[in-house]
Design a protein around this ligand. Structure first.
Ligand code: AMP
Length: 296
């Protein structure tokens, strides 16, 4: 495979309201695509597909400009930008969604005019039908990766299951994997997901790291130790951004290392509210963090 691929990603661009034991923030910029895009743009060019409402201001657009993220396929529609509110348990191990307002996502139909041949396609957390709408319009992607979330597994379990057989890399967190499969055994679940076609299944286990399953191997990749967590929001999306960013340069030959990069990027995200800590990444330090991560 020729390396240094561009990445094209679909997911949410959102206003988040977040409460953790370290404080709270109202209506800050978030969304799966936003976290993913900032993280992945440290490695390669990122193109986003999505929608925002007319309430999206220059202040928010300037973030994408800062990271040279191509937003020519992000539409502005009449109505409100997607918004989400969540509250975390004191040990950050769980979160409760307080509200999900789909806003302009309710009627969004992605229509992709640009060609993104031979790019890495990332289907971030969003309604599974929208993920399919994007798969169906992107010709010859180099690699397709996808994530999902409890709400979509609750509402459309069969669609999320169907998604597994359309991707090369499928990732979920442990609770979502259990919810989708009905089993409690993560290695069994990963093998079951693999049997539907993906080359790689990654089950994220929060502070316990990630399980990485391929046809003939299961590995465990740990996390950066000793991080003072402020807000876990976006950890999963920035993890995917770091992982696929690494893949965009190095291909799929060392997926465990790619996961270590994802994990290292996420360690920044959780150390501040919203994007505030992710925006301070220094690439040399990121590399040191990724190299310190245990792979077994
Ligand atoms: P993560 O913490 O990585 O799972 O992702 C958190 C981000 O996902 C937040 O910034 C939210 O705006 C966004 N989000 C929350 N719920 C949904 C949903 N149902 N669909 C799409 N994005 C969502």
């Amino acid at each position: 495979m020729n390396h240094l691929k561009e990445i094209v990603a679909v997911g949410s661009i959102a206003f988040d309201s977040i409460t953790t034991c370290k404080g709270s923030r109202q209506k800050i910029l978030g969304g799966s695509s936003t976290y993913f895009g900032v993280a992945a743009s440290l490695f390669t060019k990122v193109n986003l597909i999505g929608v925002v409402g007319e309430d999206f201001s220059d202040k928010e657009w300037s973030l994408f400009e800062k990271y040279k993220i191509d937003i020519s396929s992000v539409k502005v529609e009449k109505g409100e930008t997607f918004s989400w509110g969540g509250i975390y348990s004191d040990d950050f191990s769980s979160r409760e969604t307080q509200f999900t307002n789909l806003g302009v996502f309710e009627t969004f139909k992605p229509k992709i005019d640009k060609q993104y041949n031979d790019s890495i396609l990332y289907l971030g957390n969003i309604q599974p039908q929208l993920q399919f709408d994007v798969i169906n319009q992107i010709k010859n992607p180099a690699i397709v990766a996808a994530d999902s979330m409890n709400l979509w597994i609750d509402l459309f379990p069969e669609k999320v299951k169907d998604l597994i057989s359309h991707v090369d890399i499928f990732m979920l967190n442990d609770e979502e994997a259990i919810q989708l499969s009905g089993s409690n055994d993560l290695e069994k679940i990963a093998k079951e997901f693999l049997s539907h076609g993906p080359k790689i299944v990654i089950i994220k286990m929060g502070s316990k790291g990630s399980l990485v399953a391929q046809k003939n191997s299961i590995n465990y990749v740990s996390v950066v130790q000793g991080v003072d967590v402020f807000d876990p929001t976006g950890a999963g999306d920035s993890f995917a951004g770091g992982l696929l960013g690494y893949v965009s340069i190095n291909g799929l030959s060392d997926i465990n290392k790619a996961v270590a990069y994802g994990s290292a990027v996420a360690s920044y995200t959780v150390a501040g509210f919203g994007l505030e800590s992710l925006e301070k990444i220094n690439f040399e330090d990121l590399k040191l963090k990724a190299d310190s991560i245990d792979i077994k």
